[in-house]
Design a protein around this ligand. Structure first.
Ligand SMILES: Cc1cc2nc3c(=O)[nH]c(=O)nc-3n(C[C@H](O)[C@H](O)[C@H](O)COP(=O)(O)OP(=O)(O)OC[C@H]3O[C@@H](n4cnc5c(N)ncnc54)[C@H](O)[C@@H]3O)c2cc1C
Length: 447
């Protein structure tokens, strides 16, 4: 039963429904929200935002709910504004290399539609996230080493601000120097500045000549050295992913594969011709062997490539399956290339010291390696100490607390250490755009 109370739209307040919103993929606990409203388009969003302003009701926009940083968890009496039904693909243009979509469209749906015109949407966070949520977290993923994340790939937006106005921001062109860049301000703002109701994103041609490799190494340092050498030689890698020995063991357990349980790189490379692809592939093999690679596996067919990347993409679920009854903390630091190996070594040392069963994997081509830490109530303090030490290490070497997942609830304490007085400018922007603090309060900045 959906209950309409003092609002000009329906709000679902059934306890069984609200209970679905009290935690996330990591198992982090939140509160039961006040209710859930669903919006299928601009008019509904305008109605919800207008009512929220009149009644001073805080709102949490929600896409697919795959955030790992507590972004969509309520902390008090917030209303969830679920945009998953705003899921129309409005326009695909092979001529302009763009797509215009509603925010609830998921990346796999957009990719399936784009493939019909020979194009692809490249931002790939693994989870089947919504385009609105991905823009709001400035998501990136396995292909960002070549194609960039959401800031690079969103060219224009429509958004509803807390004052009830809908605005179009940005233009569907490759570049623009016009005015302050409000488009890039909204990207990564986690629903704290406006609700995104439409996005125009870049599409890229599907490459004809693609090679995939999985390569095992004796040590983390040798895998990192090979990855950095590939980037240094400007090899056209479109995915450059790392998984440590524990991650590979989890994949074997979950997927029934027989990979060496040793540090590995997963690589895609794209080329303009078959000859170029073959030559680049040979160069990658040469680099890896020079760095001590112990096994090179070439995925030749579409099926083999698909299986290889499924293994990589299912890693988080493989790790979850390995630690039943646990909650999960996922670090997201990004560091300069010269500090990646140190970051993984620091994680391994700290994990052993704190008695945590950690594993590391991620987007090594972006200097962004995640450590997954299973924990229980008992080991929560150790997991928090671990996460804090990883962030501190990243900040000390000039990196960031979060390469792609966002600040959310968990990383707020590091904002000033990372940005200094610029946090005051961020707070002033928040106050100017959302004076009553109604949009996703307590995320990124404290109210
Ligand atoms: C297995 C797994 C792997 C992952 N790997 C990656 C990865 O490689 N890279 C990466 O970047 N992330 C990754 N993530 C995290 C997550 O997928 C991303 O943060 C994603 O961008 C969230 O999209 P969503 O649709 O689920 O958004 P949600 O979780 O629903 O929301 C995220 C934030 O966006 C806001 N929001 C949602 N929709 C709108 C809107 N229309 N307007 C304004 N604000 C809105 C919400 O309020 C919230 O603050 C992973 C998650 C999982 C579970």
């Amino acid at each position: 039963m959906t209950i309409a109370f003092d609002a000009p739209f329906e709000i679902d307040t059934r306890p069984a429904i609200l209970d679905q919103f009290v935690t996330d993929e990591t198992g982090r606990p939140g509160s039961r929200p006040r209710g859930v409203a669903y919006a299928a388009g601009l008019d509904e969003v305008l109605a919800v935002v207008g009512w929220a302003r009149e009644t001073r009701t805080p709102l949490i926009a929600r896409g697919a709910g795959t955030s790992l940083e507590g972004h969509v968890l309520a902390r008090g009496d917030e209303l969830i504004l679920d945009l998953s039904q705003a899921d129309s693909i409005l326009h695909l243009s092979a001529a302009d290399f763009t797509a215009t979509v509603q925010p609830g469209v998921t990346r796999t749906r957009l990719n399936a539609a784009a493939a019909e015109i020979g194009m692809q949407f490249t931002v790939d966070p693994g989870a089947d996230a919504s385009l609105g949520g991905m823009a709001a977290t400035n998501a990136s993923g396995t292909t960002s080493v070549r194609y960039g994340g959401m800031r690079t790939n969103v060219v224009a937006l429509q958004a509803v601000f807390a004052d009830g106005r809908a605005m179009r921001i940005g233009r569907a062109v490759r570049k623009s120097s016009s005015g302050y860049d409000l488009k890039d301000l909204l990207i990564g703002s986690a629903g704290t500045l406006a609700i995104i109701t439409e996005l125009t994103v870049r599409l890229h041609p599907i490459p004809e000549y693609l090679r995939s490799l999985r390569i095992s190494f004796p040590t983390v340092r040798s895998a990192v050295a090979a990855a950095v050498d590939m980037l240094g030689l400007a090899l056209p890698v479109s995915r450059l992913e790392f998984a440590d020995a524990a991650s590979m063991a989890a994949v074997n357990g979950f997927r029934g594969t027989g990979y060496p349980e040793a540090p590995a790189l997963f690589i895609d490379l794209e080329a303009a011709s078959d000859a170029a692809a073959a030559s680049d592939e040979r160069e990658i093999q040469r680099i890896c062997l020079a760095c001590g690679a112990t096994e090179i596996d070439l995925a030749r067919t579409h099926t083999e490539r698909h299986a290889l990347w499924e293994d990589r993409h299912r890693l988080f679920f493989a790790l979850k399956a390995r630690s039943p009854g646990h909650r999960f903390l996922v670090t997201d630091t990004a560091v300069p290339y010269s500090h990646i190996a140190d970051a993984v070594d620091t994680a391994t040392r700290l994990g052993a010291e704190l008695g945590l069963d950690i594993s590391a994997a991620g987007h090594i081509g972006d200097g962004n390696v995640h450590v997954v830490v299973p924990y229980t109530d008992e080991s929560l303090p150790a997991a928090q100490r671990f996460s804090h030490a990883m962030v501190q290490h990243a900040l000390d070497v000039g990196g960031t607390a979060t390469g792609e997942h966002g600040i959310g609830l968990a990383k707020k304490q590091y904002l000033r250490a990372e940005h200094g007085d610029a946090v005051d400018v961020m707070a002033a922007i928040k106050r100017a755009l959302d004076p009553y603090g109604l949009l996703n309060p307590g995320k990124i900045l404290d109210p």
